[in-house]
Design a protein around this ligand. Structure first.
Ligand code: UDP
Length: 240
């Protein structure tokens, strides 16, 4: 049962529970996809019905931003906590070392996915990365073919939202992979181009502020984020 946060279903799981759930999906066979909604996703989904339904049809939906956790609290449906996509991805890599499953990295500027692959292999000895591709391509077909030929079990799809979610739904089943995970800017983090906030900032729920200091150009995008708290308050007061 997903928790409804302003029209978007969220799985209320700890990170280890989320990885266990991903493992169970892979064991089922067939294709599955994971989304990592943050407040921006929820605001877009409000206006974009197609995006909302892609999010709500995901096999796993993890709350990436502290804003989602706050909104849940305001709505009176508290979640166990935040599940940042980057942390989920790292734990999933550990899981893949144990199962021997193969990972393909898709997205970000040319060269970034290769660097991310090097760093992930160092951090998780034994991890099999069967291929990488940048996220600035014109046609999906050749990329899908490359993933299929590499016999990937899992694909990290890092094209930004909502592009990556649409991509997973349209192309995921044809890649032959068991699981695709939409992870936004994570390859930039894994490649070391963008630093995540120190743990103290993360625990204080201030990762967004650290990111803003690093990338001040995000101010326009971020200024809208408190709106989901306003929406949550409105929904709570309105008895929804
Ligand atoms: N990106 C891409 N192809 C595109 C547009 C974006 O590969 O056509 C990449 C971009 O280089 C970045 C990621 O997608 O690595 C999106 O990052 P953003 O910070 O917007 O995502 P967030 O983490 O906020 O979801």
């Amino acid at each position: 049962m997903k928790t409804d946060i302003l029209g978007v279903g969220i799985d209320d799981l700890t990170l280890p529970e989320a990885v266990e759930a991903a493992g169970a999906l892979m064991a089922q066979g067939g294709f599955h996809y994971v989304v990592t909604p943050n407040p921006e996703f929820i605001l877009s989904a409000k206006k974009d019905e197609a995006f909302r339904s892609i999010l709500n049809n995901a096999d796993l939906s993890l709350p990436d931003g502290i804003g989602v956790v706050y909104a849940a609290k305001i709505l009176g449906r508290p979640l166990k906590g935040r599940s940042p996509g980057a942390d989920f991805a790292q734990l999933l890599c550990q899981h893949m070392v144990q199962t021997g499953e193969k990972l393909f990295l898709l997205g970000a500027k040319p060269g970034v996915a290769q660097q991310a692959a090097e760093n992930l292999k160092k951090a998780h000895p034994g991890l099999q990365i069967c291929g990488t591709h940048d996220g600035y391509f014109q046609e999906d077909g050749p990329v899908v073919e490359e993933i299929r030929a590499a016999e990937a079990d899992v694909v990290f799809v890092c094209l930004g939202a909502p592009k990556q979610e649409r991509w997973m739904v349209q192309n995921g089943p044809d890649t032959g992979a068991k699981l695709a995970v939409g992870l936004g800017g994570c390859l930039d983090v894994f490649a070391g181009n963008v630093q995540r906030a120190p743990e103290g900032w993360q625990k204080a729920g201030l990762e967004w502020l650290y990111r803003l200091i690093q990338e001040p150009s995000r101010i326009g995008r971020m200024a809208k984020l408190p709106l989901i708290l306003v929406d949550a308050l409105g929904a709570r007061l309105g008895g929804k």
